[in-house]
Design a protein around this ligand. Structure first.
Ligand SMILES: Cc1cc2nc3c(=O)[nH]c(=O)nc-3n(C[C@H](O)[C@H](O)[C@H](O)COP(=O)(O)OP(=O)(O)OC[C@H]3O[C@@H](n4cnc5c(N)ncnc54)[C@H](O)[C@@H]3O)c2cc1C
Length: 485
């Protein structure tokens, strides 16, 4: 099969890119399972953009840099922030049911110095996914569901498409441009709020094709995953923005012992505090939403109140147990500001990519807009012209994949919220005995975490617990090795 542009992934990044680029080129979009399933679908909080009169780009940039903890690519942050409002308005024009009363209703989340979170109730991602899927499927884009991309066709630094498996059958898709939009890695951890598709496949595909990965050690753990067996449900940060409090098993607020900004400190700080408080007290920690007026809770967070009620919690009268949960990959496949990787013809957008906009930790609600902004920039870049077609033969052989649950347990235990040399080295040695793309991605994360002998953003080392200026750099890893730049 031949196509001008092959898009691997149908979340906010892949779908919005496909829509924008399909006017001038033939586009084939593949998804691992059904097209409605993605990380995007589960986003609750919203999209950050400067819309209010008391806000400006400089403030949004400053908040992003503060959370990024010294290693954001400032140019990428500027691009992200300055293009966010237009991108959100574009989504609105497609029909996403954002909460509005004339203008957007703006929510508040941690570290944002102004109200700037545009949302559709607490099911923002579901509305976005549905609208984008509707637009893509009614157009001339070829959508292939249940098509698992298992390798990239590449030769001498040039990519020419991908190999997919559908119903056990291998197919080759030749493409002039191949775009990775495969999302994050949450499912490499035993505790995550990501759906099963999020195993970082695009990271392994890019690495095997010769691309460079950046800042892979920075995995964001969200502080408040609902702690209930059999569910990976998240309790959005916007709840804390509206006044919800973190308490320990004795009902005491504990965040003041960890950071002056308490519940509104950056995510990595709050996640670590929850983890440490649970360790210190030997008991669970809780999110107390009873501090939010009942009508606000019901009106603004209908999906969360319904889900908690279904699971037997009365959020209006009692705190609910929570735990940090693997949430977001701040690093990824290294891209420039147009979405190009360092393999010709291979591009990356969305959570799988890393422009450096998020640095060592991501500001809440900056990732959906990242997917929109950088997919638009890539579409604009490719509209200037595609590379000449190349016919590259499949060279990679599939190897037996090791069990995901073994990797998840190792990663949670040793490459989780608190890390140290001994645990990381042990994990790396164990991972080297395993095979398959999940093991490759886990190994990349672990090697980068081992190399960064400091604590910064989401990366906390108990044996190097402070920030060190020498490491105010990006971690780069590819087949040639690891370096800081
Ligand atoms: C519970 C939750 C809440 C969140 N809340 C927010 C929020 O409020 N605001 C915010 O900004 N961000 C939020 N995020 C993060 C945000 O949702 C993601 O970063 C973003 O949706 C990623 O979009 P994406 O298009 O890059 O990837 P995804 O939406 O994850 O899509 C990935 C796509 O790639 C496909 N794929 C993967 N591997 C393969 C393969 N091998 N072959 C073929 N296809 C493949 C999948 O099938 C899927 O279609 C949240 C995330 C979660 C999990």
């Amino acid at each position: 099969m031949k196509t001008d542009i092959l898009v691997i992934g149908g979340g906010i990044a892949g779908l919005s890119f496909a829509l924008r680029v399909s006017k001038r080129a033939s586009v084939t979009l593949v998804t691992k399972t059904e097209v409605m399933e993605s990380n995007t679908r589960y986003a609750q909080g919203g999209l950050a953009g400067v819309f209010s009169e008391n806000d400006d780009f400089a403030l949004h940039v400053a908040d992003t840099l503060k959370v990024g903890d010294g290693i954001c690519n400032k140019e990428a942050v500027k691009v992200l922030v300055e293009n966010a409002p237009d991108s959100i308005t574009w989504l609105d024009s497609l029909g996403v049911a954002f909460d509005k009363n004339g203008s957007f209703h703006l929510g508040k989340e941690a570290v944002h110095s102004r109200r700037r979170i545009v949302h559709a109730g607490d099911s923002t991602g579901k509305s976005i996914q549905q609208v984008l899927v509707d637009r893509v499927t009614e157009g001339k884009i070829t959508v292939l569901e249940q098509h698992d991309v298992v390798s990239i066709l590449s030769e001498k630094g040039r990519c020419g498409g991908a190999v997919v498996v559908c119903d056990g059958e291998r197919k080759i898709i030749h493409a002039r441009a191949t775009v990775l939009a495969t999302g994050g890695i949450g499912n490499l951890y035993s505790r995550t709020c990501n759906p099963a598709i999020a195993t970082g496949d695009g990271i392994a595909l890019a690495y095997e094709a010769g691309a460079t990965l950046m800042d892979m050690e920075f995995i964001q753990f969200h502080p408040t995953g609902l702690l209930h067996k059999g569910t990976n449900f998240l309790l959005t940060e916007r709840l804390r923005g509206e006044g919800a409090l973190l308490v320990n098993a004795q009902g005491e607020r504990f965040m003041e012992h960890y950071h002056p900004e308490r519940e509104m400190a950056a995510r990595d700080i709050v996640a670590r505090a929850c983890f440490m408080e649970a360790q210190k007290t030997g008991a669970d920690v809780y999110l107390d939403m009873t501090t939010i007026a009942k009508d606000v809770l019901e009106k603004e967070f209908p999906a969360i109140t319904a889900k908690c009620t279904l699971l037997g919690y009365d959020v209006f009268s009692e705190p609910v147990p929570v735990s940090p949960t693997a949430h977001y990959l701040c690093g990824g496949v290294k891209i420039d500001l147009s979405g190009r990787t360092d393999v010709d013809g291979l591009y990356a957008i969305g959570e799988v990519s890393c422009s450096g906009a998020h640095g060592a930790d991501r500001l809440a609600s900056n990732s959906l807009v990242d997917g929109l902004v950088f997919s638009k920039r890539l579409a604009e870049h490719l509209e200037k012209g595609l590379l000449e077609p190349v016919e590259i033969e499949e060279t990679l052989l599939d190897e037996e994949s090791s069990s995901l649950s073994a990797i998840q347990a190792l990663m949670w235990e040793h490459v989780g919220i608190v890390r140290n040399q001994q645990g990381l080295q042990y994990c790396l040695d164990e991972l080297k005995k395993l095979t398959g793309r999940n093991a490759t991605v886990a190994e990349m994360i672990t090697r980068c975490a081992l190399a960064r002998e400091e604590s910064r953003g989401t990366h906390y080392r108990s044996d190097f617990s402070t920030k060190i200026d020498l490491f105010r750099k990006h971690t780069l890893i590819n087949k040639e090795g690891i370096s800081f730049e």
